[in-house]
Design a protein around this ligand. Sequence first.
Ligand code: ADP
Ligand code: ZN
Length: 216
Amino acid sequence: MKFLIFGPPGSGKGTYSTRIEDKIDVEHIATGDIFREAVKEKTELGKRVKEYLDRGDLVPDELVNKVVREKLKKVGMDNFLLDGYPRTVEQAKFLNDIMDIDGLILLDVTDEIIIKRLSSRRICKDCGEVFNKLFHPPEEEGVCDKCGGDLYQRDDDKPDVIKDRINTYEERSEPVIDYFEGKIPIVVNRCRKANAPIDAMVKNIIDQMKERDLVS
Ligand code: ADP
Ligand code: ZN
């Protein structure tokens, strides 16, 4: 099973992916996590991508494509949920040329929700689990429910960078939906509330995937 999960920053890609991964047994691969990890570890890759991440800009296609191809090779190329990739039409073409994708999960949310969610989002520095101070708080403030790690706010979740990320999404990433339209099945999860219950959203996604025979 080869799936993509797609949507603007703050649409819940990471949050839903970790739950979908448990339910349908696919490997969740998030390019954002790969890049943040590289920056943290100060690897060659980290040094090259840091300035883009800090500004909320896209990492150049050629570099992203290379990183993704290597990662997919490592996991065997045939069982994954890709989160945060492809994010430009060039990336989509690259991926489509190297393999057939089974379906795309599209998270449809409003700008208002994005801004509310991103500004109160907190991430576990050890396991990457996503929390939200307002809508999905951890049991103990600042501590991860899953692993006990410390929670932090991403630099690109600060207000001035959020606007740039939304613009970048609209200009560069939204055309990816048109690219896949008619090529692969697209399952749409519509969300109109910043605090929509996570379990219900995940159930809606999986039910739609079952209805369309994408998973059993
Ligand atoms: P979000 O979807 O919340 O914006 P991600 O964690 O997916 O965050 O990505 C964080 C940052 O990593 C992006 O702002 C961008 O700089 C970089 N990035 C991740 N995936 C890609 C990609 N496919 N192409 C280009 N840049 C990417
Ligand atoms: Zn954790």
